[in-house]
Design a protein around this ligand. Sequence first.
Ligand code: UDP
Length: 238
Amino acid sequence: NSGKSSYNRVLLKISGEALMGDQGYGLHPPTVARIASEVQSVHELGVEVCMVIGGGNIFRGLQGSAQGMERTTADYMGMLATVMNALAMQSALEALKIHTRVITAIRMDEVAEPYIRRRAVRHLEKKRVIIFAAGTGNPYFTTDTAATLRASEMSCEAIFKGTKVDGVYDMDPAKHPEAKRYDKVTYDEVLAKHLGVMDASAIALARDNGLPIIVFSLDEPGGFRGILAGEGTYTIVQ
Ligand code: UDP
């Protein structure tokens, strides 16, 4: 791996499920630690890193509402789930001696900082990793939209969406071995072909703000750093 990145500030988005390892639910600390070390290797390049972590490993609003819970209540539960994931990641990063701040979109001052844009920017300038938690703070959104919103507010150069596969395919590569990976794809193509990179509101927001989305495999050790240094396979949505 080379030692330089052409990116100065990025946002890493991972789903909550990325933290559950082989378990069907919740947090798997060794997996959290492994992802923290991927972040560490990028931080070592001098790149300013923001993170948004989903909550689907603990609770998803839509699933709750499908079982009769009121949608907004279920969504607030989902947002709270992302705070637990953020705290777990903060703890794993700090075990690696990386100063990390969790910033929540819903105030809970005893637990984490509230979101104040200028303060968040200051943390990045001081090379602290920041984890944006509680989504956008609003029901009916997802953490993909929160990631796009915060990346735009923080003037990140791109969103890095870490997934199980090394990019965006024309079909599900797990079901169709003949599926083809795109090197590049436009926002409009993602929307028209329902390519399932992120939900439509997140894609539209990224498009309107000219924010590239880089989809890559988080399962590949050193993959995140490699892509920042200009190596590896991925799909860029722009
Ligand atoms: N959520 C929300 N508003 C937001 C972000 C998240 O209501 O701005 C809720 C929503 O219920 C969602 C849950 O939090 O299902 C967990 O987030 P998400 O599904 O994006 O997590 P992921 O799939 O990335 O793990």
